[in-house]
Design a protein around this ligand. Structure first.
Ligand code: BDR
Ligand code: CA
Length: 312
């Protein structure tokens, strides 16, 4: 079994990604760490706790960073993910599951040590918690086998012309992580903007009224409605990072040396890719550049079904 910690800012598409990760064969989620991002950490962490209990997955859930490293961005309200992060969905309050007492960076470090170099990270929010683990524990980076992240893009942005949200929300953290030497795969807007679900996926999930299927269908429903109201499409940004880890054949990749821009007047939060190799630096990122959307959608629906089979 491959061992993972899932670090996220849940978030509608984070929630679906978590359910898909729980439903993926041959991987074990050792815990979930929460970070400020789509909504404030106080909502993210409660969403994660409620979600785990709702899905029947009794894994540790940790609080994490409430501010980015530069203390710049903290969401007050969110049009894309709703006020508390799960759109219009209200999960029952967790009754049995309690928060792990460790803060995210400590939990990440302890799991990295326990797994002796085999721990993998799934990161679908700003990279603050990971950067803090790198800063606080000098031997952390070398103990991570691989980091799979949704963030950035080789071309374009969704917050500014050049910056994607997760990197834009904490560029200093992204810079630390990209410079850490951890082997990593980037799933950015280049592919995620194409990972759009269809009404038939929702209908397929509605065929059985089990927890992961019902929640995913309800979240998709919220997203279809959001799109009709002029908001973001039914884009599975974060689940695509899970797919990269467990169904890599969904995508095609290219290796680049990359860094996060922290200073540009117009480009802060941009993930710079050295296309032409002019920096002379070795590639540090395996970046997804194209996706087989049909294959991805099929994988996602099967993984959600499997989550119910494993935990329901
Ligand atoms: C990223 O930002 C959030 O809206 C999503 O959860 C995803 O992680 C996309 O830019
Ligand atoms: Ca996210």
């Amino acid at each position: 079994m491959r061992k993972f910690v899932f670090d996220c800012d849940t978030g509608t598409d984070d929630a679906i990604a978590i359910a898909a990760a729980f439903g993926s064969d041959d991987i074990e989620i050792l815990g979930i760490t929460s970070v400020n991002g789509n909504v404030r950490e106080e909502f993210v962490s409660v969403n994660n706790l409620n979600l785990c209990e709702y899905l029947g997955a009794a894994v540790p859930v940790c609080h994490g960073a409430v501010w980015p490293l530069s203390c710049g961005f903290r969401n007050k309200s969110d049009m894309t993910h709703g006020k508390t992060g799960l759109g219009s969905i209200v999960l029952p309050d967790a009754e049995k599951l309690k928060f792990d007492e460790r803060i995210a960076s400590r939990f990440l470090y302890e799991k990295a040590m326990e797994c002796s170099g085999e721990l993998e990270l799934l990161v679908t929010g700003p990279m603050t918690n990971i950067a803090l683990a790198i800063i606080q524990y000098p031997d952390f980076s070398e103990k991570i086998r691989h980091l799979w992240f949704m963030g950035g893009s080789v071309w374009g942005g969704n917050v500014t012309t050049t910056a994607e949200f997760n990197i834009w929300a904490d560029p200093e953290a992204a810079h630390i992580v990209l410079s850490s030497g951890i082997p990593m795969t980037m799933v950015g807007l280049d592919v995620t903007l194409k990972a759009i679900m269809e009404p038939e996926d929702m209908e397929e999930l509605r065929k059985e009224n089990t927890p992961a299927r019902r929640l995913t269908a309800d979240l998709l429903d919220f997203m279809f409605d959001r799109y009709r109201r002029g908001g973001e499409n039914v884009i599975m940004h974060d689940a695509l990072a899970v797919a990269a880890a467990v169904c890599p054949e969904c995508m095609e990749y290219q290796d680049y040396w990359m860094d996060a821009e922290t200073r540009g007047e117009y480009t802060r939060g941009h993930t710079y890719a050295d296309f032409r190799g002019r920096s002379g630096k070795q590639p540090n990122v395996h970046a997804a550049l194209s996706v087989n959307v049909e294959m991805f959608r099929h994988w996602l629906v099967r993984s959600i079904e499997n989550c119910d089979r494993k935990f329901g």
